[in-house]
Design a protein around this ligand. Sequence first.
Ligand code: NI
Length: 104
Amino acid sequence: MIHHVADIHLNAYLRFNLSDRSSPHIRPFYQDGFTSLPDSMTPISLPLPLISSLYHRWVTLLRGMLEENFNASYYHAADQQTLSLYDVTGMYVWHSQHHLANMT
Ligand code: NI
């Protein structure tokens, strides 16, 4: 589960940084394929500092953003929808809380 959070949120952070007012198409990835890779079998001591560092960067970015910056967006081809950074921020807050609840 912790590897899943690291995989998903690393991709989310990169997508977040790629978004702009032209709504670029982001590259889909296949979550299930990640779970079969050797790095998903490593001890949780590996993804935990990765997630901690990632969240430190992401929260710093979020706190530095102006309200209008949250209007930037990307187009998710697999879901066929344009997502603003308002949408994306809410989605990943939910995702973090969802998996935290599962683990605790
Ligand atoms: Ni999940």
